[in-house]
Design a protein around this ligand. Structure first.
Ligand code: BT5
Length: 312
């Protein structure tokens, strides 16, 4: 997006009254034809900018597109937007390798969305797929904190829509008594032993419910329509806030989790662990009380064992 286009958008957004073409041209020191060209480009991107006798007004902002997602975003991420892409994580990794800084790759559909361990992530059109490329000053061992932060940011954002979610360790956001999965997080990174070079934190939030057992989508969980722009911006801003105050991450995660206090089975690379999940400790390990003592689990697939009421 060009600078003058961003400036026009910000001026229209900040003002309740119409702004004339000549005023915009004078304010930005560009020609009237230049103003008209940028207004047309914004209209093509879906902004509704009627021209009244008194000038231009911003009547509505589209839900998608880089300009719309960057407008009013209170976090230092540029947006790269795709109507459809193979995988936003794959694209963010590519940007990372080419030296790009703080960018959110956002798409409305993925044709090859991925979960952990190269599992498939169903990504039908109209969904929310967002990968944040960041370069935190952290050691790689601390990286799991960012996955937890993304889970908290997602849950808190869904809460604002009236969709009360809970986190299943480490990266699933579930909804309701039946604990249907509405969102998943995939974190990937590259670095040395003591330093992360880049990190990509990808979230997928279902809008339509995909054809997967135990999945749900926002359209089935909330009244009214989903404002995907508000969801994406809310997620990015909350994530940014948490990463700037990492000491908040674990307490916030504890507040939103459905895992602590529950009987669980965790499939780990070293085998299956069954017991009661008692605590989460930095940088994101789950403590599970088993018959043979406390196990500290750093990675794995966690299953909540029934009954739900036993641990809550
Ligand atoms: C995850 O993996 O939950 C991580 C999902 C991350 C997806 C985002 S979308 C944006 C970014 N770009 C990508 O390519 N990926 C990220 P995992 O815990 O491994 O769960 C995967 C399992 O969840 C699958 O094996 C299915 O059983 C199930 N699943 C697949 N698609 C689903 C969906 N849309 N909703 C709920 N469950 C799904």
């Amino acid at each position: 997006m060009t600078t003058s286009r961003t400036q026009i958008l910000n001026l229209l957004c900040d003002r309740d009254e119409p702004i004339s073409g000549p005023t915009l041209a004078d304010t930005l020191s560009i020609s009237r034809a230049g103003v008209w060209k940028q207004i047309e480009a914004l209209r093509t991107e879906g902004f509704d900018i009627p021209s009244t006798d008194a000038g231009y007004v911003l009547a509505s902002i589209p839900e998608t597109g880089a300009a719309a997602l960057e407008l009013g975003l209170d976090a230092p991420f540029s947006i790269e937007y795709h109507d459809a892409i193979d995988s936003t994580n794959r694209r963010a990794r590519e940007l990372a390798e080419s030296g790009v800084e703080e960018t959110a790759v956002v798409a409305a559909e993925q044709t090859a969305g991925r979960g952990r361990l190269d599992r498939e992530w169903e990504s039908p059109p109209g969904g929310i797929y967002c990968s944040l490329l960041c370069r935190p000053s952290l050691a790689p061992v601390e990286a799991p904190l960012f996955t937890l932060a993304a889970a908290v940011a997602t849950t808190e954002t869904l809460d604002t829509l009236g969709c009360e979610g809970s986190i299943k360790w480490p990266n699933d956001v579930l909804v309701g008594e039946s604990e249907r999965k509405i969102a998943g997080i995939l974190t990937e990174m590259q670095g040395e032993t003591d330093r992360i070079d880049w990190m990509v934190v990808g979230i997928g939030i279902n809008v339509e419910t995909p054809p997967i057992d135990e999945a749900t989508g926002l359209n089935d969980e909330i009244d009214g329509t989903v404002d995907r722009r508000a969801v994406v911006q809310g997620f990015i801003e909350r994530f940014d806030h948490l990463r700037s105050a990492p000491e908040r991450i674990l307490p916030a995660w504890r507040e939103h989790t459905a895992t602590l206090g529950r009987d669980v089975r965790v499939e780990t690379p070293e085998g299956s662990v069954v017991g009661t999940a008692t605590e989460i400790v930095s940088p994101g390990a789950l403590l599970v009380e088993t018959d043979s003592g406390t196990k500290r689990i750093h990675a794995g697939d966690c299953e909540h064992l029934r009954p739900i009421s036993a641990g809550r």
